[in-house]
Design a protein around this ligand. Sequence first.
Ligand SMILES: [Zn+2]
Length: 245
Amino acid sequence: MGVDSGLPDFRGNEGFWKAYPVVARLGLSFAEIANPVWFENDPELAWAFYGHRLNLYRQTTPHAGFEKLLKWATGKPAGYFIFTSNVDGQFQKAGFSPEQIEECHGSIHHFQCLRGCTRSIWNASEENMIVDETVFRAARPLPCCRHCGGMARPNIMMFNDFSWLSDRSHEQQKRFAQWLQHLPKKSARLAVIELGAGTAIPTVRHTAERLVGRSSALTCVNPMFRRDISGWQLERCKVSSFWKR
Ligand SMILES: [Zn+2]
């Protein structure tokens, strides 16, 4: 849905480099640039990457599929919960309740101190990023910590990331667990709709697999993915045919 909304496709280095040709010229893969070390070594480059994406996600209108999902979800007596590894905030923008979303890898719309002087995580809605896309550098002043004045960074779990503050995601995780706990009291059975989850970083896939034991149905929607799982009421189809139903 993100790609259909005009967001860059990060699948594979080729897709990533097509979206970020300057990063390709630097010879950096997605995993190499999505690393907090750049905020120390070359903050203008780090903020070019994250600032560009922040601006892009702010400008993007959520795909029509979000609206359909929301309609289905809010129509259920026991409601819904979203578990996503996306950091783009599109679920909130599409009208899903922020209280009913777990962003397991954090959110680009929230910042934290780079060196972790405080565990504070703040909403970045007042931060404006200017990125010169031709040279792929962010303009100063760069976002800074509201407490120590040092460098800030997005509250996203990156690669080789030992300074990501997980508190916000952890609170979301607790709300998800509470929602799951209350389902039997409501005599509700769980249906899982897995959208676009890959196997390279299988956080979403593992969560769906963990939940499927208690679910009445699992639907996987991923045009790139095929496999048979015996015993699951598994329905596999392409995104395009899925949304036409
Ligand atoms: Zn600080």
